[in-house]
Ligand binder design. Structure first.
Ligand SMILES: Nc1nc2c(ncn2[C@@H]2O[C@H](COP(=O)(O)OP(=O)(O)O)[C@@H](O)[C@H]2O)c(=O)[nH]1
Ligand SMILES: [Mg+2]
Length: 310
């Protein structure tokens, strides 16, 4: 796809400023204004300037195999893709057009399946992505491939998964069409028009923010610069505030993490005790412990049961 075609999807929706707003006079005025208001006690500085104004944080969302990891690579200028499926949310950093960029990749859901059909572990990882770029991501890039059809089922799948993170996510979301090369001579507008209501309603939900990427042609043309302009425009439209994730989600993820950790330790202890019992090597304090007595009794009982059954 030519640069001209790629940029068509951008023209109507991002501020056409070519300079990076973060380093522009507007950005400087914003910092001065925020600092003044903070010092006067007018407004709480509930963001980290380091994250909000001098760097961009991006979370990638989308179904499996749609091109999320490739989009991250294209943005950060990495060529390699190990071809592995993304199981855990992962953070990567880089400098793009003199802007510090943090990209959080997340595992995807099965295409066309609603959130209720997605394994809890995948949903947990999606939610964990929010906490890997504190205080929260500036934008979400919702990746959709431009080579397959998008119907009501796909819309339902996307909506139910995005909303696991919170309704306010939409205000920070840009739709990214991967596989721009598949559009060939068509424009993205023609593709959107042809796909019909489901896709159009998703675009409306994202307040008309979309962009096309060709990850197979990552080095050429200005597709990343244009995407960054668009991201900056979205950040500016949100008054430079990142999306702040719900702390309840964090607490519930932490609770699960701790219980998994504790479960693993317990299992390890149990295996060790079982081994010691079989080899007759027991610690003095273990011998005394009440839990061991219970364990021994259960063990004896199972041996007797085994003996009887034979
Ligand atoms: N032709 C083409 N293939 C792409 C593009 N983006 C991703 N792919 C391919 O799509 C497959 C899945 O990509 P990946 O980034 O791993 O998807 P993820 O599961 O969403 O992270 C890989 O084989 C990529 O080479 C693109 O823009 N054009
Ligand atoms: Mg991936």
């Amino acid at each position: 796809m030519s640069h001209k075609e790629t940029s068509k999807g951008l023209g109507s929706m991002s501020p056409s400023k070519s300079e990076n707003l973060i380093f522009s006079p507007l950005g400087f005025i914003f910092i001065v204004k925020q600092t003044f208001m903070y010092l006067m006690g007018i407004q709480t500085m509930n963001y980290t300037p380091n994250h909000c104004l001098f760097g961009l944080t991006i979370v990638l969302l989308g179904s499996r195999g749609v091109g999320k990891t490739c989009v991250g690579n294209t943005i950060l200028g990495c060529k390699e893709h190990d071809g592995k499926r993304t199981v855990h949310s992962e953070v990567r950093h880089g400098s793009v057009d003199q802007t510090e960029v943090t990209v959080v990749d997340s595992p995807g859901w099965w295409k066309g399946f609603p959130a209720e059909d997605t394994p809890q572990a995948v949903k947990d990882e999606m939610q964990r992505s929010l906490f890997l770029c504190p205080p929260g991501p500036h934008v979400f890039l919702l990746v959709i491939d431009a080579d397959t059809s998008f119907n009501a089922k796909h819309l339902d799948a996307v909506t139910s998964h995005v909303e696991l993170l919170g309704e306010a996510v939409w205000k920070h979301t840009i739709l990214v069409f991967s596989r721009g090369d598949w559009l060939r001579t068509s424009t993205i507008e023609e593709y959107i028009e042809g796909e019909g209501l489901a896709l159009q309603s998703l675009i409306e939900q994202c307040e008309n923010r979309y962009h096309v990427l060709n990850n197979k042609n990552a080095e050429e043309d200005t597709q990343v610069t244009e995407l960054l302009e668009k991201i900056t425009g979205t950040v500016a439209a949100n008054a430079w505030q990142p999306f702040i994730p719900d702390q309840q989600i964090f607490m519930s993820l932490e609770k699960k993490r701790r219980s998994v950790e504790e479960g693993a330790i317990l299992r390890q202890k149990l295996v060790q005790t079982q081994r010691n019992l079989l080899t007759g090597e027991l610690d003095e304090d273990l011998k005394q412990s009440k839990s061991l007595c219970v364990f021994k009794n259960t063990y004896k009982k199972s041996l007797i049961e085994l003996f009887v059954s034979v």
